[in-house]
Design a binder for this molecule. Structure first.
Ligand code: ZN
Length: 240
């Protein structure tokens, strides 16, 4: 009789133990599945494919942002840090996304270029064999923090307006792949992102693009030849 009781208790114990193990395994599988779902759900389109997404059309981007954008996203990588304290949606990231969409060319005309992150976007594009051309103001490029020298050292093609006291190269626009125009009040500085009231308009309007591209080619040629204001004026005003 005693043996039967012991055997019975033993079998019950094995049953409980087996059931417990099955539940633990199920729990672990379920929590793993939930974790994977959560990772997918928090990975927005801003975090993936920054180099592939087509630029939005007829959009306005307004600044300032309320704080810094996530640097991982700015560099075009996914940020899977769920404790990341930086912005994953911001005006600056919208601009970066447009710039990083370049596949063949980026023509930039900018008065001030001092922000590291934007200089890095240009370097990344250049290293991806996107043809990057940059026009910068001839005096401003000597200002503290200008990224022009560094970009030149990295092999980027830059032309300066004549070092002038009478005219400044005040444009702030970019043409991406000859198809997307980015234009507005925004200089490429950290201040413009975090402190200034600035705007950027993005459009693929063909008439506007033709006008800006024509203007860009004219300035590119002019600043490739002219070293003084007088030279530049002669070249610019000699023909349409
Ligand atoms: Zn992040």
């Amino acid at each position: 009789m005693k043996k039967i009781v012991v055997w019975g208790l033993g079998l019950v114990g094995i049953g409980i133990w087996t059931e417990l193990m099955v539940r633990i395994v199920r729990y672990m599988e379920e929590s793993g599945r939930k974790r994977r779902q959560k990772t997918i759900a928090t990975t927005t389109e801003d975090e993936v494919g920054l180099n592939q997404l087509p630029p939005p059309d007829n959009t306005v981007i307004l600044f300032p942002d309320k704080s810094y954008s996530c640097h991982t996203l700015v560099r075009g990588y996914q940020c899977l840090n769920r404790r990341c304290k930086f912005l994953h949606q911001s005006s600056f990231l919208s601009l970066v996304r447009v710039l990083r969409s370049a596949q063949t060319s980026l023509d930039l005309c900018i008065y001030v270029l001092t922000f590291d992150d934007l200089a890095q976007v240009l370097i990344d594009l250049h290293e991806r064999n996107v043809k990057v051309r940059i026009i910068v103001d001839g005096r401003e490029h000597e200002a503290l923090g200008s990224k022009v020298s560094e970009l030149r050292q990295r092999g980027l093609n830059i032309r300066l307006s004549p070092h002038s006291h009478s005219r400044i190269m005040h444009h702030k626009f970019a043409i991406i792949d000859g198809r997307t125009l980015v234009n507005g009040s925004f200089n490429w500085t950290k201040n413009a992102i975090l402190n200034n009231y600035d705007n950027i308009m993005i459009t693929s309007d063909s008439k506007l693009l033709r006008g800006y591209q024509h203007g860009y080619e004219k300035l590119w040629d002019t600043f490739g030849k002219a070293t003084t204001d007088a030279d530049a004026e002669k070249l610019l005003f000699s023909s349409g």
